[in-house]
Design a protein around this ligand. Sequence first.
Ligand SMILES: Nc1nc2c(ncn2[C@@H]2O[C@H](COP(=O)(O)OP(=O)(O)O)[C@@H](O)[C@H]2O)c(=O)[nH]1
Ligand SMILES: [Mg+2]
Ligand SMILES: [Zn+2]
Length: 349
Amino acid sequence: MNQNEYSLADLGWKDSFRDQFSAADKATSLPARVIKTHKGHLVVSTGKNEHLLQIAETGVGSLNEQPTVGDWLLLDAESFVPVRLLTRTSLLQRMSPGQEVKLQPIAANIDTLLIVSSCNTEFNLNRLERYVCLALDAGVEFVMVLTKADLADDIEEFKAKARQLHETMPIMVVNAKDNESVSCLKKWFSKGESLVLLGSSGVGKTTLLNTINGTEKDKTGSIRLADEKGRHTTTTRSLHVMPSGALLIDVPGIRELQLHDCENGLYNAFSEITELADECKFANCSHTTEPGCAVQMALSEGRIDIRRLSNYLKLLSETQQNKENISEKTKRKSSSGNKKKKAKSKWIG
Ligand SMILES: Nc1nc2c(ncn2[C@@H]2O[C@H](COP(=O)(O)OP(=O)(O)O)[C@@H](O)[C@H]2O)c(=O)[nH]1
Ligand SMILES: [Mg+2]
Ligand SMILES: [Zn+2]
């Protein structure tokens, strides 16, 4: 973000946040939005000032939850230590990549998700369906943005494929480097609206941000921060105020979007399949080999697409497995916490 002073409204403060900011809160704290995340740090803006907050293993300040870009925090008015995370209007999250079983928030308080892909071999329906599920589950608006239209021979082919992802999702085909071309996205960029760019690396997310913002490449990062050892840290996510007054969040390329607890999203994203399930003979039908399966019947009659069904079954088992893994881990953690507490009180007693 640049060095301008902003009002809270300029940063996307809405009624739902104001309602959580009582007169008592006002006397002791001030709201701030998370505008950047680095490894080990967060940067928050009050509109007037930016503050660097250290992320500890347990959270930030006294917060139990891990804030992410787009979050609203209340900071202690004197120490600027975060005292509360305001209830989010939306949260996009995934399973953390790597071995450890944990959730990773991607962005919070988002109005619109811009799903970015390009008109070339990077375009992959199975992968993009994950973003659609994520958006539907989080209840945010979503728009497919297909970049590199200037390099593609047949953009209609990409548009037609993208239509398979969702019946009514807007599909915008752009040259991300061209100002006029990206002006078709204007309607989602109203003042105070928060948007996030998600997609693989190299699809043109930062280029889109720069073109919409009217800045040149690499200038959007503005301040460079040094960690406690003086090394420069790389920004992982950043929120930028656009000329229209919209807030746009850039997230570096997502290699793996593993869904967690996303069954509602899946239900809606694959409605042509899930609506058939009521007609299956068995209530717990897995739609694979059971007799009387309405889904398999529809498949054999060509009413549903085999790729869609395979991806649906894959994502369903993935989201269920991830949910199970997380709840197992939470249970283990709380039972070991209880044991420790008991042991301690026994010793004291
Ligand atoms: N010709 C063309 N090049 C693009 C377009 N969008 C992005 N690029 C180029 O693709 C490369 C990756 O873009 P970048 O914005 O860094 O991708 P990101 O990883 O998604 O942020 C850069 O060299 C861009 O100039 C586009 O619509 N048309
Ligand atoms: Mg980028
Ligand atoms: Zn079935």
